[in-house]
Design a protein around this ligand. Structure first.
Ligand code: DGI
Ligand code: FE
Ligand code: FE
Ligand code: FE
Length: 187
């Protein structure tokens, strides 16, 4: 699918603000792909659709998690986690994307997972550092991403975990496992 067609499809699913974020993730992901030897076309496609399900009703997302037999623990944690795996399902069903690498990059863009592929890391980090992001610590991650994608990934996971802890929120186990596996050198 070409970029214009993909953007036209995703625009209908998003607010203007989230669409602008998506463009930022797309441009950043392509840049990271060229820097780290990733596939720029897959990075483009995964970035465009990464937040496809962001504004689906919670009830619909819950239904999909249950009927598609996704991790039931998702239902216990922050609902913000749901749009990533649900997005993968909807992008396959509604848009017809079948590339497993692209689908996995969408699926793991919020939580990460141990042993992430290069494409998954690119989308995770691009989502965190795209130019529209302004949270504390983002500039450090932008600097790290210029030289070392894994360091950028660890730092963004760490920031997210600390952010959740400060708000007294639970941390989804995959997020913790991703962080641990990177720190322990599993990559
Ligand atoms: O969809 P975006 O806002 O572009 O970004 P995202 O998909 O990375 O969503 C991250 C949000 O999810 C962030 O505000 C924190 C929240 N969240 C809640 N629980 C967890 C979590 N993020 C991670 N990584 N792990 C959690 O356990
Ligand atoms: Fe997201
Ligand atoms: Fe993210
Ligand atoms: Fe996003």
């Amino acid at each position: 699918m070409n970029r214009d067609k993909a953007l036209q499809i995703v625009k209908q699913q998003l607010t203007d603000h989230r669409y602008t974020h998506t463009i930022g993730v797309m441009e950043t992901a392509i840049e990271l792909a060229s820097r780290y030897g990733g596939d720029p076309k897959k990075a483009e496609l995964a970035a465009i659709f990464h937040d496809y399900a962001k504004f689906r009703p919670k009830e619909e997302m819950k239904q999909i998690i249950v009927t598609q037999k996704m991790d039931p623990a998702l239902l216990l944690y922050n609902t913000e986690l749901w749009h990533a795996p649900v997005g993968t399902y909807l992008v396959r069903e509604e848009v017809g994307i079948t590339d497993e690498e692209v689908l996995n990059a969408i699926k793991y863009h919020t939580s990460g997972r141990p042993n992430m592929t290069l494409l998954e890391k690119i989308i995770y980090v691009a989502d965190y550092i795209e130019p529209g992001r302004h949270f504390p610590g983002v500039e450090d991650v932008r600097e790290l991403a210029k030289n070392d994608l894994d360091s950028a990934l660890i730092q963004s996971l760490k920031n997210t975990i600390v952010f959740l802890l400060k708000k007294n929120q639970a941390v989804y186990p995959d997020t913790m496992m991703t962080y641990n596996s990177l720190v322990l050198g599993g990559k």
